[in-house]
Design a protein around this ligand. Structure first.
Ligand code: GAL
Ligand code: MG
Length: 973
């Protein structure tokens, strides 16, 4: 007999969004539920109609089968669909279908109760059977599906539950997001029971004025509601009673029958503590449904926050304040489990974001696990909740295709129905990269009626024009818009909506240049309110190099500090043998796959600093509170006076009591010594007490001001001779390669995808040929003239080597021809003997910094092992740079080594890799460190920009042709 669910062929039926599924609601049934997580019998079929009957293995639920012991491995594609069929079709024959089965023992005590199955998430089509009988169907891979099992199971008995998950379907065309394709049940599965009389939904509205309204929908399994039911509840001890005015109005309204089962609790909370991302004040709400005899039939618990969100003119206001949106786009990702994320992992993500100054999350590009929103409420984030709609590859065909209309409305409405009570959710998003059509407007219309309390956004609609009065977007939310266009729009007088970029500053590899310029413009331009960095994760899956398989759950401990253990690597597109893939484009986050922060995180932390420090005409220090809603009392600090002579003097800081937006002048904490040269004052700000997201003492920001600039120091007097070889190359006992000119860096992802690196290669900058023109001795100095020839131009280079006390001073001049109008760097490269392991420098640090990403690295005396100064980007590229370096030493454990002093603050990197070592391999684990160090010191170094997806760096960070001059001194320690 054909199974009716299979006969329905729901994977081939875009109009069918579900069958037998219960409506989505906001009653949280997780507490006290009966978990079905764990090992299930499992078979992977080649297609949904293939017979079940092979051998069973075991699969872990929740968990994608693509990350477990199957032959169906993850595949990474950005835009292109993984199969050729046009929507709504999917492959008829080759369609991995997972059959999950297990027994459930139904407690006898469940007799008389409603029994409900909840499947947290399954992609992309879920079929449910109990004892072979069809129960239901669901699509919408990132939201739960519930089915009533009451009539299918017998309390006190045992039943076989089968969940069949079909990987490819019409729904896949709506789930074409830019990440790995997986298959399976990726969130928890559970059973819960209720009384036949139950709360079907609870809708909370809580404003910053303390007005609370809780609308409840009551249902009875029997259909008609029993007479006399009523509600009550409490809010942190404050009793709530049913709103009689609402009941009266319902009674008088002839359209309302007793069947409707609606009731309202209402109160006004005096002196309410409003919820904001800075002050995530939550109240405990309990709603109780009573039978006529007063006994409790059902209870629903919520943690709620009182807050308002509104768009007024071109401002997005939270509780009346125009807040900055310091956001990040976050996918569900884990290097061991793919799409399945535990509560602890979600918490760790959000804690990290909090520590680095983020206050907003866009759930790119589908709703997250319910716990994500609980944590956002609790820790304090503004959430743009995005529906699971991305039809990227066939966007235009689908947006107006009525066959997909149900799915659009279904996906958007289910998200809203689930998440509407979370104070953290401030904006609904209709999805991503799906063009714009009537299907969007239909979904938008539903949201507008159901939840008028929040704005709506959709990039595809905003694309029509940022001021366009389209129904589907209250926010101008472009992606990767050039900053000058944003500023021009804000200044045009035409702006009608807040401008908050849904994606900007693409974090692929060594990136996020000009973030500080963006924030300077945002803070200076009314109408600009921030944006969401793309994205949080580098989606590198931990893979065994040996067998090419994902390591899976057992891999904890096989990575550390951003790097996979020997024998393992972070896999990106193509590493699982995929024929079609989009390579390392999936590694574009601000954290490594193990959540180790990339250097840009420190830049972001500083840009988001709650407290700012400025120097006021050298008379005093101005401290300002840069937050929107709270004082500085949660912070404390230490002053550090950094002197060029190597001293760092410290003093405890007392932070002024300041309301948001206020400033105060504070006296200098430390007397500036007459001597000591260049001097900087840093305020190291830390948390003053334990917070939910940071223990006391966690660093929050390190604002810094220059107190005294460096005075020019006369060059040291010349001494004995300097040795050069016949080619004019310096001979030095500590150098294995003499200082030569470099115009090349191992291309970053931005350099490659932005088209710069191909141009540099065409010019031959990666393989300049040096030809010595003359070597002249004049007194103690040697002047070496050389030419570095590319394929299209010649760079003339002069080095004057002068022996000085303990070393040699090198004056350099390079003249770039006009055609080399945008190069990676102009500077010196040399290599050292082995054994020099410690890098100490005076300059910006300690983390990696570049000319257009140096805001989070204060000037100081820093020290790091050479190996630790390198940043292990998944695809090797230029990394490990330090901006604003004045001098550095490189030493062996016995303190021997070399010291370099630079004429002015320069870009420096000390690594174990030549640029060509980095470009020769595709993964970090393939790099073989050299024994010695490769040292670059640059007269000029190009900014990083974000051109892998979005704007390049700004003209001021480009390296111009013409003459560059720099000098430096090399000494032996
Ligand atoms: C955007 C898209 C993201 C991602 C990003 C590039 O266009 O919305 O999903 O693909 O580009 O990494
Ligand atoms: Mg896309």
């Amino acid at each position: 007999m054909t199974d009716p669910l299979l006969a329905l062929r729901p994977w081939d039926a875009p109009e069918v969004t579900s069958w037998g599924r219960l409506p989505m609601n906001a009653v949280d049934r997780r507490a006290g539920a009966h978990s079905l997580d764990g090992g299930w019998r499992f078979q992977l079929l080649s297609a949904p109609h293939a017979p079940v009957g092979g051998a069973w293995s075991t699969a872990t639920v929740p968990g994608a089968w693509t990350m477990q012991d199957t032959d169906d491995l993850p595949q990474y594609l950005n835009v292109r669909m993984p199969f050729a069929e046009f929507p709504p079709r999917s492959p008829a024959e080759d369609n991995p279908t997972g059959v999950y089965e297990r027994e459930i023992d139904v407690p006898a005590g469940w007799a008389g109760r409603r029994i409900v199955l909840q499947v947290g998430a399954a992609e992309s089509v879920l079929l449910v059977h109990v004892d072979g009988r069809p129960v239901g169907v669901s699509k919408d891979s990132h939201l739960a599906a519930e089915f009533e099992l009451t009539g299918f199971v017998r309390p006190g008995g045992r039943a076989v539950l089968r969940l069949t998950v079909v990987k490819w379907s019409d729904a896949s065309h709506l789930e074409d997001q830019d990440h790995w394709w997986h298959g399976g049940i990726t969130r928890s599965v559970l059973l819960y029971t209720t009384d036949p009389l139950y709360l079907a939904d609870v809708d909370v509205r809580a404003g910053r004025d303390g007005e609370l309204r809780v609308d409840c929908r009551v249902r009875d399994a029997g259909g008609a509601l029993p007479a006399g039911w009523y509600l009550d509840g409490e809010l942190d001890g404050l009793a709530l009673a049913q709103d009689t005015a609402f009941d009266r109005a319902n009674a008088e309204d002839e359209r309302v029958s007793a069947f409707l089962g609606e009731a309202r609790l209402r109160t006004r909370v005096p002196e309410v503590r409003p919820w904001t991302a800075e002050t995530p004040e939550l109240y405990g709400l309990t709603v109780r449904l009573h039978r006529a005899d007063g006994t409790v039939a059902d209870t629903s618990r919520h943690r709620i926050g009182f807050r308002d969100v509104e768009v007024v003119g071109r401002d997005l206001l939270i509780n009346g304040e125009r807040v900055y949106i310091r956001g990040v786009n976050r996918h569900d990702f884990h290097p061991l489990t793919g799409r399945t994320v535990s509560y602890d992992d979600l918490r760790a993500d959000l804690v990290l974001l909090k520590r680095f100054g983020f206050n907003a999350i866009r759930t790119a590009h589908y709703p997250g696990d319910p716990a994500l929103y609980d944590l956002a409420d609790e820790l304090g984030f503004y959430v743009v909740d995005e529906a699971d709609i991305e039809s990227h590859d066939h966007a235009h065909e689908i947006a107006d295709d009525p066959r997909h209309l149900n799915a659009f409305v279904d996906r958007v409405s289910r998200m809203v129905l689930r998440d509407k009570n979370h104070p953290s959710v401030i904006i609904w998003s209709l999805g991503n990269e799906s063009d714009y059509g009537a299907n969007h407007d239909a979904a938008a219309g539903w949201v507008r009626r159901h939840d008028p309390s929040r704005p709506l956004q959709y990039e595809g609609a905003a694309k029509r024009g940022w001021a366009d009065p389209e129904v589907a977007s209250d926010i101008a939310c472009p992606m990767y818009a050039p900053l000058e266009d944003c500023v021009a729009h804000a200044l045009s007088g035409e702006q009608t909506k807040p401008l908050i970029q849904c994606e900007y500053s693409h974090a692929m590899g060594n990136s996020n240049g000009t973030l500080a310029d963006h924030w300077a413009a945002i803070e200076a331009t009314p109408g600009l309110q921030g944006g969401f960095i793309w994205e949080f994760w580098d989606h590198g899956i931990l893979q065994s190099v040996n067998d090419g398989r994902p390591v899976g759950r057992g891999g904890a401990g096989l990575y550390d500090n951003g790097v996979a253990a020997p024998g393992y690597r972070w896999a990106y597109g193509g590493d699982f043998g995929e024929k079609d893939h989009d390579g390392a484009f999936v590694a574009d986050g601000v954290v490594f796959p193990d959540r180790t922060p990339k250097p840009v995180m420190y830049e972001h932390r500083e840009l988001a600093a709650p407290l700012r420090l400025e120097l006021f005409r050298h008379e005093g220090l101005v401290v300002s509170n840069h937050q929107h809603f709270r004082g500085l009392d949660w912070l404390t600090g230490t002053w550090e006076l950094v002197l060029a002579d190597g001293r760092t003097l410290t003093a405890a800081a007392e932070l002024p009591a300041l309301l948001p937006g206020e400033t105060a002048v504070v006296p200098f904490p430390l007397a500036l010594p007459q001597d000591g040269g260049e001097a900087w004052l840093t305020l190291r700000v830390t948390t003053a007490k334990d917070l939910a997201w940071a223990p006391r003492g966690t660093e929050v920001c390190t604002p810094q001001v220059l107190l005294r600039a460096a005075a020019p120091v006369p060059g040291p007097a010349a001494t004995g001779p300097v040795e050069v070889d016949a080619d004019g190359l310096l001979v030095h006992p500590l150098l294995t390669a003499a200082p030569t000119l470099s115009l090349w860096r191992a291309p970053t992802d931005n350099d490659e995808l932005g088209g710069m690196a191909p141009r540099w290669r065409a010019w031959g900058l990666d393989a300049l040929v040096r030809k010595v023109v003359s070597v002249r001795r004049e007194g103690p100095s040697v002047t070496v003239l050389a030419e570095y020839a590319g394929t299209t131009g010649v760079v003339r280079h002069r080095q004057v080597l002068t022996p000085v006390e303990g070393g040699v001073r090198i004056d350099e001049r390079a003249e770039l021809p006009a055609e080399f109008d945008d190069v990676a760097r102009v500077g010196t490269v040399f290599e050292t003997v082995a054994g020099l392991e410690l890098l100490e420098w005076f300059g910006q640090g300690p983390w990696e910094s570049y000319p257009d990403r140096s805001g989070g690295a204060p000037v100081g005396h820093h020290a790091l092992p050479v190996d630790a100064s390198f940043t292990p980007y998944l695809r090797p590229q230029e990394s490990g740079g330090r901006h604003g370096v004045r001098r550095f030493t490189l030493s062996a454990p016995d303190a021997t080594g070399l010291a370099v002093a630079l004429d002015e603050p320069r870009q420096v990197s000390v690594t174990r890799y030549r640029a060509e070592d980095l470009t020769a391999v595709a993964h970090h684990d393939e790099l073989v460190p050299r024994a010695g160090c490769v040292v670059h010191l640059d007269a000029a170094h190009r900014g990083l920009g974000t051109a892998s997806c979005g704007p390049d760096t700004f003209p001021s960070y480009l390296v111009a042709p013409g003459v560059h001059r720099w000098n430096w001194t090399l000494r032996v320690l």
